[in-house]
Design a protein around this ligand. Structure first.
Ligand SMILES: O=P(O)(O)O[C@@H]1[C@@H](OP(=O)(O)O)[C@H](OP(=O)(O)O)[C@H](O)[C@H](OP(=O)(O)O)[C@H]1OP(=O)(O)O
Ligand SMILES: Nc1ncnc2c1ncn2[C@@H]1O[C@H](COP(=O)(O)OP(=O)(O)O)[C@@H](O)[C@H]1O
Ligand SMILES: [Mg+2]
Ligand SMILES: [Mg+2]
Length: 341
């Protein structure tokens, strides 16, 4: 979109860690040069007592925060909440998060996409019932069902055999582990903007390893964020098989189509998703994770991308307000809850 002159004030409500990584001087300065002021929301004070804000950008959890957003929207109906809490909540459960993938219709491609085979287990009794997981091939990854940003929600286990399932704590999702060359693609979405980057992932599991492994359950957490340093000091060679530089990117048009489809279906503007390429086929891609408001600062040039997005939001808001003036508009539930540029 062309540069526009509609600036505004954006209140951001973020946890301290997120604030430190996302709110950099470089972002504040660039945004300001385009008329966008970013103002911190003080989480110790009611949101309604702060502002005025044209838009509230947020990644906070809990019922109290949801209530505060509702109250704010009632008091300031023209203010935008990015994104709608109801839409974000879908990503807090690893089953509903990926259900959206089956809703996407993308045609005329040689490449295909989907999700790995998975089941959800809510209790120990089902976990110990062989019928529950008879359709799954081992190894599997056990993931906490809840994906609420807590450290616990990122604690995964690679499970090689059935006899260690009793060590897991439901509710969990058991997802087939798919060999993918040790590289994951992270696709960052900021409104219409889509950027795919490569990150390291779990290495492939060989056929020998599947039967001869000494540890039948291997715990891990946030592999893609491990510093390179960790890989360099990797004495048992766990990361040796990763070939980040040699890995070919997925076709960009394909990734963009999936990203835009997900964005529309999820009614979200700010998210990323993790994709792996199934090593058995080479042209089959599996979406394994979708995250709300991820670590954008890790995306090269994030300041320009986010600033453009803020300007687009302000322009669209202004246009919608102008269109709304002088005529009666019937607001649907849909456009009350979500706003997309
Ligand atoms: O902190 P960062 O920069 O590593 O960002 C995390 C994301 O990393 P990514 O950008 O995908 O590499 C991270 O993505 P993954 O789940 O690791 O794929 C999450 O989005 C995480 O948020 P939450 O803990 O799930 O609420 C994100 O954490 P928060 O910054 O939101 O706490
Ligand atoms: N089905 C799978 N097959 C192979 N590797 C996987 C699979 N699911 C997850 N992984 C690996 O585990 C990591 C963490 O899983 P993910 O679902 O992305 O959880 P988180 O929300 O903690 O990032 C991924 O980045 C990837 O390296
Ligand atoms: Mg992930
Ligand atoms: Mg995640």
């Amino acid at each position: 979109m062309a540069e526009n002159t509609f600036g505004g004030v954006i209140g951001y409500a973020l946890a301290p860690k997120k604030q430190n990584s996302f709110i950099r001087d470089s972002l504040l300065t660039l945004a300001k040069s385009r008329g966008i002021e970013l103002v911190r929301v003080d989480s110790d004070k009611p949101l309604v007592d702060q502002g005025p804000f044209d838009c509230v950008l947020h990644k906070l959890y809990g019922d109290d925060w949801k209530r505060q957003l509702q109250e704010f929207k009632t008091r300031f109906p023209n203010a935008l909440i990015l994104d709608a809490p109801e839409a974000i909540e879908r990503l807090h459960n690893r089953i509903s998060m990926l259900q959206v993938v089956s809703e996407l219709r993308i045609q005329d491609r040689t490449d295909t996409f989907g999700i790995p085979k998975q089941i959800v287990i809510y209790d120990k009794a089902t976990l110990m019932d062989p019928q529950a997981w008879e359709s799954l091939k081992f190894p599997v990854i056990a993931k906490p069902l809840v994906a609420d940003g807590s450290a616990k929600s990122h604690k995964m286990a690679l499970v090689f055999t059935r006899d260690v399932l009793d060590k897991l704590k439901p509710p969990i999702v058991l997802q087939e582990f798919v060999n993918h060359g040790g590289v994951i693609f992270k696709v960052y979405v900021v409104g219409e903007h889509v950027r795919c980057v490569k990150r390291k992932s779990l290495p492939d599991v060989s056929e020998e390893k599947k039967v001869g492994v000494s540890e039948n359950l291997m715990s891990f957490s946030q592999v893609s964020n491990l510093a390179n340093h960790d890989a360099e000091n990797d004495n048992d060679g766990y990361y040796r098989l990763m070939h980040l530089d040699d890995t070919e990117m997925p076709p960009n048009a394909f990734v963009v189509d999936i990203a835009r489809g997900l964005r529309r279906a999820l009614k979200l503007n700010l998210f990323n998703f993790d994709v792996i390429r199934d090593a058995r086929y080479g042209n089959r891609y599996l979406i394994i994770d979708i995250n709300y408001f991820p670590g954008y600062a890790k995306m090269p040039g994030y300041e320009a991308v986010l600033t453009q997005f803020f300007c687009d939001v302000m322009l669209k808001k202004e246009q919608e307000e102008q269109q709304g003036e002088g005529r009666v508009t019937v607001s649907t539930k849909d456009n009350e809850e979500s706003f997309q540029v």
